[in-house]
Ligand binder design. Structure first.
Ligand code: NOJ
Length: 509
């Protein structure tokens, strides 16, 4: 009898402990439903997946050129074949269908459509290819979301200065007009430019991305202005000449990783907020803020440093009043790419810490991922709460626009059992739902990427796919990873269930 009582008390005690532990666990992640308006999507980009770099009349893009140079791509690979999506696009669409997502975000290769870069010659071959992709998507009930420019500029236009030439606004408008005319009857969501910061800072200010000009402190600012003007031209073109019949939406995608203070000290908080202005506000403020133009803090800092350095004028070009008005309000949604968070401080920064002049020197701060465990691909270091904070930054700084999360994902060195990716995506979506509770208007969440692909200077070695791509096989065979099955389950149930996740992560296949 006594033993029985003791056992039942023990049982109650164990139960209580389990309940408390569950409660603690639930505090970090509870079972949640995705918000009703939030569509789910998956993404890729032309140069990263298509291959067929020189078929028919396609001309080389800046990526074809740099990937063929020695010692540029870390693993010596190119995008010549990539995933062979140009040949086997139907297979990609079967994979998307398997996931059950609402839409597929992909990009159009400018030199595949316009081999000269200009509209004097439209490639039948290029038009046929993208018509096939769009029609196949629609036949399968998947909405096409098209990025007009995802980094593969025709080399012919680069030879004329690329985004550093103000005439790029004309060239970009001409190219976009052809896309609207040709595909706009079926494509209802357009993204003008993917990640202007990466294009301008990494391609013109530094040498991480094509065209690798490394003209720091100058190239990134000139191109920022030209990209904003070119984007605005295309938004107005669509708005005035195509939207009335085609009835679609068009916006820009900005890399919106979160930047914040290293500590809670007022100086660090200021450094974090300045970093956000430099890295995100530079592109977002002119479009989304009520007064337009570049952020005050960026204008002030660059002007001051430029003067000290003996430049006759600020290295950050000015917008005229007309240009400010022209750019303001030119995005129907905020296209939001997010991967991680960095922490900023001015302690330890001294003139000379970075090359002079440069973007980093102008910002005048140093940064790190603090004590978070660094991910194999450093810019994917898992800091889920930064997603919520970045989304709230958009809500506060950009007039609470509809936010389409156009990219979020996790890079690895491979393997089908990608528990780390499942965990990362799950926690980031949980953080998106926190932001939705805060009042951020998130209309879409997109995983980057459908399958492993050419990860720019990191080549084929870095894997972002929820499907694996076997580059050794002639057909670039795909296999679903654990994350593909998990994402498919999420799409089907629209429920983020940590219990399911826990069981799921024990599966082997
Ligand atoms: C952002 C870029 O848009 C995409 O092309 C790239 O592959 C991912 N980040 C992952 O680094």
């Amino acid at each position: 009898m006594k033993v029985n009582m003791l056992l039942s008390k023990l049982f109650i005690l164990v139960k209580l402990i389990v309940m408390v532990l569950c409660e603690l666990e639930n505090e970090t992640m509870k079972i949640r439903k995705l918000s009703d308006g939030m569509k789910l999507s998956i993404a890729s980009a032309a140069y990263q997946i298509e291959g067929a770099w020189n078929v028919a009349d396609k001309s080389p893009s800046i990526w074809d050129i740099i990937s063929h140079k020695p010692n540029v791509i870390n693993d010596g690979t190119t995008g010549d074949d990539a995933c062979k999506s140009y040949e086997y696009y139907k297979r990609d669409i079967e994979m998307i269908k398997f996931l059950g997502v609402d839409s597929y975000r992909f990009s159009i290769s400018w030199p595949r459509i316009l081999p000269t870069g200009f509209p004097n010659k439209i490639s039948d071959n290029g038009v046929r290819y993208y018509n096939n992709v769009i029609n196949e998507l629609l036949a399968n009930g998947i909405e096409p979301i098209v990025t007009i420019y995802h980094w593969d500029l025709p080399q012919s236009l680069q030879d004329l200065g690329g985004w550093a030439n103000p005439l790029i606004a004309n060239w970009f408008e001409d190219y976009s007009r052809i896309l609207f005319k040709t595909f706009g009857d079926r494509v209802k969501t357009w993204i003008t430019i993917n990640e202007p910061k990466q294009i301008g800072l990494f391609g013109y200010g530094l040498s991480y991305l094509a065209p690798r000009l490394n003209i720091h402190g100058v190239g990134e600012y000139i191109t920022a202005k030209h990209m904003l003007l070119a984007h605005a031209r295309v938004w107005h073109l669509y708005d005035e000449q195509f939207r009335p019949q085609q009835k679609g939406t068009i916006g820009i995608t900005i890399a919106t990783d979160f930047r914040t203070g290293m500590t809670e000290s007022p100086e660090d908080i200021q450094a974090g907020s300045d970093a956000m202005d430099f890295e995100v506000g530079l592109y977002a403020h002119p479009i989304f803020s009520a007064d337009g133009d570049f952020p005050e803090s960026v204008k002030r800092r660059v002007a001051k440093r430029s003067k000290e350095q003996g430049f006759g004028r600020s290295r950050l070009p000015k917008f005229t009043d007309e240009e400010i008005e022209f750019v303001k309000g030119t995005s129907d949604f905020y296209g939001f790419n997010h991967y991680s968070t960095r922490f900023y401080t001015r302690e330890g920064f001294a003139p000379g810490t970075y090359p002079v002049p440069s973007f980093d020197d102008d910002l005048g701060a140093v940064s790190s991922y603090k004590n978070y465990t660094p991910a194999a691909i450093i810019h994917c270091t898992e800091i889920p709460k930064g997603m919520r904070q970045a989304l709230n930054w958009v809500k506060e700084s950009c007039n609470n626009p509809p936010v389409m999360i156009t990219e979020n994902g996790f890079g690895t060195l491979g393997g089908l059992q990608d528990k780390d990716r499942v965990r990362y995506i799950m926690r980031y979506i949980d953080s998106v739902l926190d932001a939705v509770d805060d009042g951020v208007n998130v209309t879409m969440y997109t995983v980057w990427s459908l399958m492993d692909n050419f990860e720019w200077v990191n080549g084929l070695r870095i894997k972002f796919g929820i499907f694996e791509t076997d580059y050794d096989s002639n057909m670039k065979t795909r296999r679903p990873r654990l994350s593909a099955f998990w994402f498919r389950h999420l799409v089907a149930t629209r429920t983020l269930d940590p219990n399911f996740e826990a069981q799921f992560l024990n599966l082997e296949f």
